[in-house]
Design a protein around this ligand. Structure first.
Ligand SMILES: [Zn+2]
Length: 247
């Protein structure tokens, strides 16, 4: 059964990859019906579109034009398979499992789009919030307070970066930089609602610590300080949601 769930996760991951590519580029979800190589537009036959297996078999290059296929296709499928298995271990075969899996697939898609574009489509965020809202044990009070807290945190951090840090470092660029995107506030609400107040705070702390790693690396190499926050918040949410039963 666990292996079947893994395969379901892989197939969902393959579908997630299509959405990750098509949604930000405004490509229709139905045309072309089959996936094409982004470089040479050659249609990808079904046997080259098998999750994980095809990527390894093709050695990560397109069979028509030899362009490198992004490793993110492989990792999204793998992560999707792993998260399906872990959620199934927690929830068993239930309707709640289906809803929670759908929620985390949406959050995975949002995370990867955020990594590539530093922005996410609003309707995907709204969809994730709607799915979270219908979860059986969703804590609406915690969701609202986390959304409010996220909003205040964003105001504070943005003010801090724009005024204090910009003055200290005399960096003009920082004056217009935003600390977080508006997309983070719905994610805060989902974390609060799914985990409740106490575990929600733990999740955000975990996410913030994980986010420190690329921030420090970016600072050392003098790169732009803007990092996507959604992936880190989602990692915090997932680690606490699944980990709370293991500990
Ligand atoms: Zn190609």
């Amino acid at each position: 059964m666990g292996f079947n769930i893994f395969v379901v996760g892989l197939i969902l991951g393959s579908f997630a990859n299509m959405l990750i590519y098509r949604l930000p580029h405004g490509v229709s979800l139905f045309r072309p019906a089959r996936s094409v190589c982004p470089q040479c537009k050659a249609t990808i036959p079904w046997y080259e579109n098998i999750p994980l297996v095809s990527y390894i078999y093709l050695k990560g290059i397109c069979s028509s034009c030899d362009t490198k296929i992004s490793t993110s296709y492989f990792f999204v499928e793998l992560l999707s398979g792993i998260l399906a298995v872990l959620l199934w271990h927690k929830l068993g075969s239930s309707f709640e499992f289906v809803l929670v899996l759908l929620l985390f697939e949406l959050l995975l898609i949002l995370s990867v789009i955020d990594i590539y574009h530093l922005a996410v489509p609003d309707y995907m965020l709204i969809l994730a919030v709607v799915v979270a809202f219908v979860l059986p044990e969703f804590d609406y009070i915690a969701a609202l307070s986390f959304a409010g807290g996220g909003f205040l945190l964003e105001l504070f951090v943005t003010y801090y970066i724009q005024n204090i840090k910009a003055k200290l470092t005399k960096n003009k660029q920082l004056q217009t930089a935003r600390a977080m995107g508006e997309g983070d506030i719905p994610i805060f609400a989902i974390i609060g609602g799914v985990l409740g107040s106490t575990l929600g705070l733990v999740a955000i702390t975990v996410g913030a610590f994980v986010a420190l790693v690329p921030s420090v690396i970016a600072t050392i190499y003098g790169k732009k300080p803007q990092i996507p926050f959604i992936p880190y918040l989602v990692v915090g949410l997932f680690v606490v949601y699944v980990g709370v039963d293991i500990l």
